[in-house]
Design a protein around this ligand. Structure first.
Ligand code: ADP
Length: 539
């Protein structure tokens, strides 16, 4: 028998309508290309989103068209999130920190018809535009006075674009599975892959994020979103904050600048914030060096890479800031687990509580999780045996965008995360290793395969492997291990020089080690796990 409740679809549009009505005075404070921080209310933001939706229609946007963004966390990017998704288009956030070749690949694969870009990316886009045949126009996220010099035909500034429009726009009633946003992940071995979120997945995920044992977001909060809006939708903050009417603080291009973050926290009385470990380590160091304090900050969420235990101790003991470790993936919108205490964990001894607090966290309702052995058999939640971590749920990726692989998950419907983990009897998951061959440095992916291929194109190199090594500041850095060709005298300096101009500077390995041979599996593949062990033992 069918239930008799209303059939209203779950749409991002509802967040907008609700916030406009219920929280007209809640604010978005944003650092952008403009000299002063910008400050306005959700009501004003959504009023401008309607003008932008009219502008997109005038540009010829039709349902499903991809609207690319190459932008930091600021108010115009926020408006783009809503105007594109809620008008039926897809907001495609591109990571500007990627190497130009990767950006070209991603924008071309996505088929972006327009790119809305921070003015600082004008030279980058000048170079990329000839490689993007489907790109029709670039819109710079500024007013006419800050329009950058550009060779792009018909480039226009955002304020002029939306200034020509009215705020009279009727948001269409979409189906809840309509695509809303697209984000490419490079955390894979091949080309970056597109994860295509829909309205329903986004709404359910934002609901879950607000729950008390998760981010615990409420109207009284002032949230600083340090995690970039091109990183899995800033972990959903642009949706969750207006859902509850929290103030949202967007640090623009200053997200890696601890002095600027300190000022924003102090000026706006920020009480919670989210970001990767590298950002928090930088902030801790700055606070220590400058003697400045951030008393308003009550809690932070640390994810994207393993949170070092010293970070938890330093924030909790020196600054009285509660640290919540969390784990997720772009393919999971990204929320997977979140670390907050349970009734039982609270009753344990202080050392036991501390050990649990360091784990990545426990499941959030909406994500099912299991660990399996090499044969796919499920392992117990005993906190001892590690296994391949698999997930499923309504905000987990089913298939990648325009991909040859039909499905992102296995035949039994579980998505294999490529992470290896234990789960304890209380449900706390801990990442112990990674089976996927990738490196994550400062919260961003580095492709080991690309670095290996480049090294092997050097005339003095017979074979090369790139593995992650632990790094106190960046979580991980690439280590290049090389077998020289007989008679070749190539050294570390020459190889580092070889990479320059071929990959982003931050990808280039800091260290090169030379060996007589590399370990291989029975099928002749590089035995990366064995190599990691060897390198750790001989370090
Ligand atoms: P995001 O950076 O938004 O978490 P990505 O898709 O870029 O999403 O990266 C996901 C991967 O990052 C995970 O599969 C895992 O390998 C790693 N990761 C994310 N969070 C953590 C964490 N808390 N601890 C250890 N590894 C993590």
């Amino acid at each position: 028998m069918r239930g008799l409740m209303m059939d209203d679809p779950l749409l991002i549009t509802q967040i907008m309508r609700f916030a406009e009505r219920n929280f007209p005075t809640s604010e978005i404070i944003s650092v952008s290309a403009d000299p002063e921080p910008h400050r306005y209310t959700y009501a004003e933001a959504f009023w401008r989103a309607r003008r932008l939706a009219n502008a997109l229609a005038r540009l010829g946007a039709t349902p499903g068209d991809r609207v690319g963004t190459l932008a930091w966390n600021d108010h115009r990017h926020f408006e783009l999130y809503y105007a594109s998704s809620c008008s039926g288009a897809v907001c495609h956030t591109i990571n500007p920190r990627l190497f130009p070749d990767q950006i070209a690949y991603i924008a071309d694969h996505a088929g972006d018809r327009w790119i809305f870009a921070d003015p600082m990316f004008a030279p980058l886009l000048d170079g990329l535009a000839p490689r993007l045949p489907r790109l029709e126009r670039v819109v710079f996220l500024c007013g006419p006075e800050r329009m950058p010099a550009s060779t792009l035909p018909e480039a226009i500034d955002y304020e002029t674009l939306i200034g020509a429009e009215t705020d009279d726009y009727d948001w269409p009633l979409l189906e809840e599975t309509t695509a809303s946003a697209l984000c490419y992940t490079s955390g894979t071995t091949g080309h970056p892959k597109g994860v295509l979120y829909h309205h329903r997945s986004t709404l359910l995920h934002a609901y879950a994020a607000c729950m008390p044992d998760c981010m615990n977001l409420a109207n009284r909060d002032t949230v600083l979103a340090i995690v970039p809006m091109f990183h899995a939708n800033a972990w959903c903050l642009p949706y969750a904050c207006p859902m509850v009417g929290a103030h949202l603080v967007l640090p623009g291009p200053r997200m890696g600048d601890p002095a600027a973050l300190t000022e924003l926290i102090q000026d706006e009385q920020v009480n919670c914030s989210m970001g990767v470990p590298t950002v928090w380590l930088g902030l801790l160091q700055y606070l220590q060096d400058s003697g400045r304090e951030i008393p308003s900050l009550e809690r932070i969420v640390v994810g994207g890479a393993a949170c070092p235990p010293m970070l938890i101790e330093a924030f909790e003991q020196r600054h009285a800031v509660r640290v919540h470790h969390s784990w997720g993936m772009t393919e999971m919108s990204p929320l997977g687990v979140f670390n907050s205490p349970t009734r039982v964990s609270e009753s344990l001894t202080p050392p036991e509580r501390e050990a649990i607090g360091r784990k990545q966290g426990r499941g959030v309702f909406g994500v099912e999780m299991r660990i399996v052995d090499d044969d796919g058999a499920e392992l117990p939640w005993d906190g001892e045996q590690p296994g391949g971590l698999q997930v499923r749920g309504p905000w987990v990726c089913g298939s990648y965008f325009h991909s040859d692989d039909d499905e992102a998950h296995g035949a039994d419907g579980w998505f294999d995360t490529g992470d290896v983990a234990t789960i304890d009897p209380l449900g706390f998951m801990q990442i112990t290793d990674r089976s996927k061959d990738v490196i994550k440095s400062g919260g961003e992916w580095i492709s080991s395969i690309e670095l290996e291929n480049l090294a092997m194109s050097h005339p003095g190199v017979a074979e090369a492997a790139v593995i992650a090594i632990a790094d106190p500041k960046w979580s991980e850095r690439p280590l290049l291990v090389v077998v020289r060709k007989p008679g070749a005298a190539v050294d570390a300096e020459a190889l580092i020089e070889w990479y320059k101009g071929k990959v982003a500077d931050w990808w280039i390995p800091d260290t090169v080690r030379f060996v007589d041979e590399l370990p291989h599996t029975a099928t002749g593949k590089l035995a990366k796990a064995q190599l990691r062990r060897q390198m750790a033992e001989s370090a």
